[in-house]
Design a protein around this ligand. Sequence first.
Ligand code: C5P
Length: 220
Amino acid sequence: APAVIVAIDGPSGTGKSSTSKAVAAQLGLSYLDTGAQYRAITWWMVTNGIDVDDPSAIAAAAGKPDIVSGTDPSAPTITVDGTDVAGPIRTQEVTSKVSAVSAVPEVRARITELQRAIAAGAVTGIVVEGRDIGTTVLPDADLKIFLTASPEARAARRSGELKGADVNSTREALLKRDAADSSRKTSPLAKADDAVEVDTSDLTLQQVVECVVTLVEEKR
Ligand code: C5P
């Protein structure tokens, strides 16, 4: 069978990562978390003292870090220059700075190239999750999904993940990041015209996974 390419986009807290990993595992496909790549380059900028509010400094440094993603859906990994950064990329500092870094066109060009190479090398196929996968990175994907959910459902999920973080401040931070990601000039968060939209507000993870798996099987 030819490799199958699945693009899963949407704002934060809609269940993209959990859904993408489970779909990939169930179908024997690779998995790529593109948000982790943007977080990794942001972590490198912060660690190296680069001012994230200076787009020209970010652009000049965009080619420096070597970012490598492990694509096994049961144990995805991310390293920068050989260092495991899976933990450090989830800090509040990185989370609050990632939108500014990922808005810089040189950063997007660099990361997009990595993403296309990884997808091209996936033997059975791959599930790629992000914000611009269906619109920009892999416009010829076999299946494009756009996940949405109410701000309440998203904030509740995210604060659950953050173990007891305040729901209101989580909601504000999340909406702020989505607004920045949706309004940037270069490949903003957007639904592709040919994407299937799934509102996950009132669905369990298992229901969303089943829905996506069925859609993939229809395409095969
Ligand atoms: O998915 P996650 O919340 O980890 O993504 C972190 C950030 O990375 C997003 O808020 C966005 O700024 C950026 N991102 C992006 N394009 C993608 C994936 C993530 O700009 N395809």
